[in-house]
Design a protein around this ligand. Structure first.
Ligand code: ADP
Ligand code: ADP
Length: 234
């Protein structure tokens, strides 16, 4: 059973006579535990596709199943609940709350889905250990490096144990050393927690960490690469 199934997704912008086909009949599946990348030049439709999967935008046509649930059929109230419980988001610009510590940023994701208070501390510390941010939990975002902020943001995304983690250019604001550390964290989460990760990027080094890469051009998939376990870093 796939965690994610995208079936003939189309997304048009504009109206009569001035239509942009941002996503033009895209279909693919993602199995549990996969680390999949979507690559393409600027304007190729990556963000639009991701926004449809993340339920932030709605597709013009087609269906998207996450854990068997057709998200194109859910109403707004059910969607916002579905997002909080089933999806984890990682953005290029971190999206941490400045007035909260790293610990509080991560814990908030659990409070929102009504996790028992006694369990919150255990879960935050577990995930902080996985991402090697235990020593910065009491710091505020402005006290953290870019790499640390993105690992805190990743901890927040994973702490609810989501079915699917969606990362949009997660290394876009990071230097190469921090990028490598972050991507190694993703590998660890993928391997140790069997996390399913879908990552959009235009950066080849970042994409090289994925097990499979879909290449998008003019809103269509035009190529797919499946890599063996040791084709990277050679
Ligand atoms: P990418 O993320 O690969 O840069 P996008 O998904 O942002 O690509 O854009 C795909 C195409 O859809 C582009 O031609 C873009 O100009 C167009 N597009 C994206 N968002 C909108 C919008 N809100 N209104 C109109 N056109 C849009
Ligand atoms: P990382 O490799 O995780 O990005 P760095 O080696 O860049 O970390 O940073 C080392 C230390 O310097 C960190 O503990 C962090 O607290 C501090 N630091 C780095 N950059 C910044 C920054 N822009 N603002 C505040 N502190 C920073």
């Amino acid at each position: 059973e796939n965690v994610l199934t995208v079936e003939h997704i189309e997304k048009y912008y504009g109206n009569k006579g001035n239509v942009t086909k941002a996503v033009d009949d895209i279909s693919f599946g993602v199995a549990k535990g996969e680390f999949i990348g979507i690559m393409g030049a600027s304007g190729s439709g990556k963000t639009t596709l991701l926004n449809c999967i993340s339920t932030i935008d709605s597709a013009t046509a087609g269906h998207i199943f996450i854990n068997g649930m057709d998200i194109t059929r859910l109403n707004q109230k059910k969607l916002s609940r579905f997002r909080r419980e089933q999806l984890g988001f990682i953005f290029q610009d971190f999206n941490l709350l400045d007035t909260l510590t790293a610990y509080e940023n991560i814990a908030l994701a659990l409070s929102i889905i009504k996790t028992a208070p006694g369990e919150i501390d255990v879960r935050v510390r577990q995930v902080a250990k996985q991402l090697e941010i235990e020593d910065v939990l009491q710091k505020y975002p402005y006290q953290l490096s870019g790499g640390q902020k993105q690992r805190v943001a990743s901890a927040r995304a994973i702490v609810t144990n989501p079915s699917l983690i969606l990362a949009d250019e997660p290394t876009g604001a990071l230097d190469s050393k921090s990028s490598r550390m972050l991507l190694e964290s993703f590998e660890t989460l993928n391997r140790n927690l069997d996390a399913t990760i879908l990552m959009v990027t235009h950066d080849a080094f970042t994409a090289s960490y994925c097990h499979r890469i879909l290449f998008i051009k003019d809103g269509k998939i035009f190529n797919e690469i499946v890599r063996g376990d040791n084709t990277r870093k050679q």
